[in-house]
Design a protein around this ligand. Structure first.
Ligand code: GLC
Length: 735
């Protein structure tokens, strides 16, 4: 529809119709098996149901077509309904969770995955995905770190931008693509003590330097929607934060798309004590520029009166409604309200071999090898025991893969039987223990019963382990221990699995490989010391078993790099590599009294951001700089930092070179390192390659004491290494 026609449509709509375009109702008001991803306390009236502009949680071509048909027949202006869904890391073909995708350090993995997810979701009638999540995630107590690509703003920005491009393609008129929604704006990852829905206290410079960049990359990539976050930022709920939404998001970041609240976030401003009642909450949200009210009665019950009372201008209302109509128009819904929905097409594209192949590649690249003593991997045993609750577990996706089909997931056991079925390697399987003691895992009647069962399971597993020459332990968090509202203070593997690990690792003269399925960084306790190899598998999704066995068997070398620091202890959280130095940094050796330290734990992460082993070994030369000075005022000036990397091992492998920069002195103190670039390098044994990174003045800017982004002359160090703990650096000066 032409813009002028949209304008005429808007002018022709009643006040009630306009208001209802800004109302999103839960999908179960239309389909009883719709996904429910929030709390709702009230039934939607028939009137609202007839006029609401969008819904969420519904998918399925037949359902979507029937729903749209019926809805448009009833609508006075036959305006199509928007169908939105959380397609976070997979629709039917489920990819590794975003934290695992971050570990690939490969934006192409994110882009390709998002494009496939969009194609599958669009074929089942979805128009908008509530993804990518761009929250900087430094605190592994927070269950939603699962949905982010990790603790680094630069990596997150690269991955988020690629996901938006994958979801949206060149044009939203292309029916294989969906509109992307960057969330949760803003700084949800900084929630107090890692708890959902909590307050975030951030200085403006930390907000702007660390927490905002990844959202901005998503907006630069063209994301058509942004979602407000549940948290308050320095005491102001995001959905009512005019400075955040109008000054930062719309003015500074030039976002002119649709701003949707998170589920009930507008009404929750009353709980926060920021609004007297839902009417005031509605006024504050509209004033802040929130276009769509997700799943509360705020806008539907109050906006008309607010306009009639002159508390909200009809102009402001019209601007919001026009943004929603433009989104529908750009999706081509006025011309084809059913868009790409087709049962035949969905049967063809969902979980097709081509998509599974791309997902398999993503799994392989996401796995992070933390330990590999005496080349325990690739597997070389003749009698291998696969033991643990994840041996035969179908739920290796994440709690956010709400439209995925767990039955389609390839388990470890299935992949092992395929791999070794016709070989002379003998394999055995044992569950070893239940995933959890019980749902809360803090002991209850159920727990005592489970405890008995676990003892029996462990005894059986020990027998199986004694038979084998190699043991592969398949352990990890339960699917319900990460995702929304799943914060944990003890980020270790569940209790029964600790007992199993102790029993199995006590058996002498066995090679023990431990796989970890996780939705967050974990405190691995004694697992690394008592295992010969440790592989981090995240929530790998549909092709999990195949990808993991490809790496274990040596069909491909692991190449993943940690997207989050793994701590020595839960109490170290939040922990991140790009911290400040402090006035008394702990000396690397010698007396550490009167320095920044714990008496009972190192300051550093156990496994730092960016860390991951391969099946080969690499050597790096010292960093060479093309020049010692970079002129701040010279146009297009740059210097180059380079290293020569050599594969000194026996197999082809892929290493990820990471460029970090440290600003030695600033008008505000600066992080000890900041990731500014990365490059994956695949080399055959014995081969070398020179890798060069370009350093420009713009990469040195930060939010200075003048409260603007600018660089400051002075000394810098450029590091190039294979993780954030590298000290392979060279100094240069900005003049
Ligand atoms: C949930 C989540 C958000 C999701 C939305 C819709 O509460 O916070 O990430 O997109 O509701 O399901």
């Amino acid at each position: 529809m032409k813009k002028a026609d949209l304008k005429n449509l808007l002018n022709d709509m009643s006040l009630e119709e306009k208001v209802m375009q800004l109302v999103q109702i839960p999908g179960y008001e239309f389909e009883q098996d719709a996904a429910v991803t929030g709390l709702t306390d009230k039934k939607t009236s028939d009137k609202v149901k007839e006029l609401a502009g969008s819904t969420l949680g519904v998918w399925g071509a037949k359902k979507a077509i029937e729903l749209q048909k019926k809805y448009m027949e009833n609508h006075p202006h036959h305006i199509p309904l928007l169908l939105m869904l959380d397609v976070i890391h997979g629709h039917k073909t489920v990819f590794p969770c975003p934290l695992g995708q971050g570990a690939t350090f490969d934006p192409e993995v994110a882009r390709a995955g998002a494009a496939i997810q969009a194609k599958e979701a669009a074929s089942e009638g979805v128009h908008v995905t509530f993804s990518p999540m761009a929250d900087l995630s430094r605190d592994a107590r927070w269950g939603r770190v699962l949905e982010s690509t990790g603790e680094d703003k630069y990596l997150n920005g690269r991955m988020v931008g690629a996901m938006v491009e994958g979801y949206q393609g060149e044009s939203l008129k292309d029916k294989d693509h969906v509109a992307a929604c960057v969330k949760h704006f803003a700084a949800y990852g900084g929630a107090e003590a890692g708890r959902d829905y909590a307050n975030v206290e951030l200085s403006e410079h930390t907000l702007r330097e660390q927490f905002l960049p990844a959202y901005e990359e998503g907006i630069k990539a063209g994301a058509r929607l942004v979602m407000t976050s549940f948290n308050t930022l320095n005491g102001i709920p995001s959905s009512g934060n005019k400075w955040l939404m109008r000054d930062i998001l719309r003015k500074d970041m030039k976002f002119n798309g649709v701003l949707i609240s998170d589920w009930a976030a507008i009404a929750e401003m009353v709980n926060w004590g920021f609004a007297e009642d839902m009417k005031e909450a509605s006024r504050l949200a509209m004033d802040a520029g929130v276009d769509i009210d997700m799943c509360t009665g705020c806008y539907s019950g109050n906006l008309q009166n607010l306009v009639k009372e002159g508390k909200i201008s009809e102009k402001l209302l019209d601007e919001a409604v026009m943004r929603v109509l433009e989104l529908k128009n750009d999706l081509g819904l006025f011309e084809d309200p059913y868009r790409g929905a087709s049962v035949e097409k969905s049967l063809k594209v969902c979980l097709c071999d081509e998509h599974r192949k791309v997902a398999l590649d993503a799994v392989r690249k996401s796995l992070v090898l933390l330990e590999n003593k005496n080349n325990a991997l690739p597997l070389s045993g003749n009698k291998i025991a696969f033991i643990g609750p994840y041996v035969d577990e179908k739920k290796i996706h994440s709690s956010w893969a709400i439209s995925g089909d767990p039955k389609a997931n390839v388990t470890i056991k299935e992949a092992v039987e395929e791999l070794y079925g016709k070989s002379d390697v003998k394999v055995k399987f044992a569950k070893g223990c239940n995933m959890l003691l019980d749902k809360t895992d803090i002991g209850s009647g159920v727990a005592k019963e489970n405890d008995r069962k676990n003892k029996t399971l462990i005894e059986e597993a020990v027998k199986t382990a004694k038979w084998a020459d190699t043991i592969v332990l398949c352990l990890g968090e339960d699917i319900g221990q990460s995702g929304e509202s799943t914060s944990r203070v003890d980020i270790t593997i569940p209790a029964p699995q600790k007992d199993l690990f102790s029993a199995i690792s006590a058996i002498k003269n066995k090679k023990t490989v431990t796989l970890i399925f996780n939705g967050r960084a974990l405190d691995l306790q004694d697992i690394p010391d008592k295992s010969d190899a440790v592989l981090i598998c995240w929530r790998p999704g549909t092709e999990g078993g195949h990808g993991i066995m490809d790496v274990l068997s040596g069909a491909c070398s692991p190449s993943g790099k940690l997207s989050m620091s793994f701590p020595w202890a839960s109490a170290q959280e939040p922990i991140h590599y790009d911290h400040y130095n402090t006035g008394r940094p702990k000396p690397k050796e010698g007396l550490s009294i009167f320095s920044t330290r714990y008496l009972d734990c190192p300051n550093e992460a156990r496994y730092p951001f960016g860390f991951g082993l391969t099946y080969s070994q690499f050597e790096l030369s010292k960093v060479k700089l093309s020049g010692k000075t970079l002129e701040k005022s010279a146009k297009d000036a740059f210097i180059e930092a380079s290293v020569t990397i050599k594969n000194t091992g026996n197999v082809t492998a892929t290493e990820t070179l990471q460029l970090y920069i440290r600003d030695m002195v600033g008008s505000r103190v600066r992080p000890v390192k900041e990731l500014k670039g990365f490059e994956k390098v695949t080399l055959a044994a014995g081969k070398s390659k020179k890798v060069t990174f370009r350093i420009e003045e713009s990469m040195l800017r930060f939010f200075t004491i003048n409260n603007k982004f600018e660089s400051e002359a002075g000394k810098f160090v450029a590091y190039i290494g294979t993780d954030s703990a590298t000290d392979n650096g060279a100094e240069f000066e900005l003049i």
